[in-house]
Design a protein around this ligand. Sequence first.
Ligand code: SAH
Ligand code: F3S
Length: 467
Amino acid sequence: MNADDLSATKTVKKVYIVTQGCQMNEYDSEKMGDVLGQSHGMVVTKDINEADVLLMNTCSIREKAQEKVFSELGRWRKLKEKNPDLIIGVGGCVASQEGDNIQKRAPYVDMVFGPQTLHRLPELYENSQKAKSVFDDKTKTKNRIGVVDVSFPSIEKFDFLPEPKVEGYKAFVSIMEGCSKYCSFCVVPYTRGEELSRPLDDVLAEIASLAEQGVREINLLGQNVNGYRGEKDDGSICRFSELLHYVSHIDGIERIRYTTSHPLEFTDDIIEAYKTLPKLVSHLHLPVQSGSNAILAAMKRNHTIDVYINQINKLKAIRPDLHLSSDFIIGFPGESDADFADTLNLAKELDFDHSYSFIYSKRPGTPASDLPDDVSLDTKKARLAEFQEVIKKSTFAKTEAMVGQTVRVLVEEKADRYEGHLHGSADNTRSVVFAGGEELLGKFVLVKITAAKSMHLVLGELVSVLD
Ligand code: SAH
Ligand code: F3S
């Protein structure tokens, strides 16, 4: 290494990024690293102690996540005491909701930005370098003031993001931002703004570029992807089912997933797409939240259980091998024993492949936060445990039922813990480990499953290579 290279490596700044919450945040965090890489040559580090910039991409969907933000920031303060030049940034939904309150509570935070302004990070970082700094006796840190941007500048974020770069064979592509459904319990419409779809050509160009870099599986991302209404070149509107057709035509992409969708917009044209598009995986994540019509109404989900069951039945008629997963909220205000029994029965009837379930968390500013809640926390906890037991049983039963079957697997990486083995994912999201050489990385293969190791992990033997 010559002297020039050496001085270059010395000045390379390192950014450490912590992500809370959803896949949208995972996607955004990656983009944060990308924009700072492009603008300031920063590299992402996994070692917090060598970082020059610390970023926290926060989630406010439930209270617990929000509490963690400030406890983690407390730890970061200690690092800043030792290194006054450290820059601390808070982004994501807590930042969006709290704005400059974050700096009131944690004055050592230098930058605050929302999910829709992360592309402005380079500018915020520049401003933080120029901002007046004062030493705060209380926190014992050097604090910079007022670098806050939590606005919702329409969809401009995507126009400023660098070309996507990938390492693996699976990638997320955000197709829309925000949500306009306003479920009565949910903060997302307030923290991420109303629904806004990316133009069709932008989405397709991003996916084509990912495919050229070796990506085989695409997960179309958004709070409510089936509400996608992207503008086409000629000014007309592209619906989600049409987008699926376009994505299916991109060479190299063999598996298409999407998260998350809403039953209200899970329309027949989307169901029909499963007939004609074999690349659409036979796995659907469709949150239902509750099995009780009264609770669904109070949640402002605007559909009944029959509508949901009918949609699933229609899809199962096309794809009998469908793997179904969902989200549930247990203990919504006013949930009676009978309402909860309805939720349990729905879980048993639909026999979910897996599911996420949470105790209702009161979110400030949402309509549900004003509802009287007479269900005790103990009851809610007991209901959640009972519900999760049902889900666990069906998840495990489905994993065990894979034994003896031959399934399609995307080979993703060498399996760390099994010498000479590879690790991949089946259509139903299970992890599959089998013996094989590195030449199979990035290929789809058929694997005969020989054993279930845990709820989500199975072992198998290679049968054949698809492509
Ligand atoms: N866009 C998705 C949901 C995004 S939030 C949809 O269509 O439903 C992810 C999940 O978090 C939700 O499905 C819900 O089950 C859960 N969730 C959202 N707000 C919540 C709250 N206040 N308390 C508990 N769980 C919540
Ligand atoms: Fe939240 Fe309902 Fe939208 S759960 S993200 S408001 S669909």
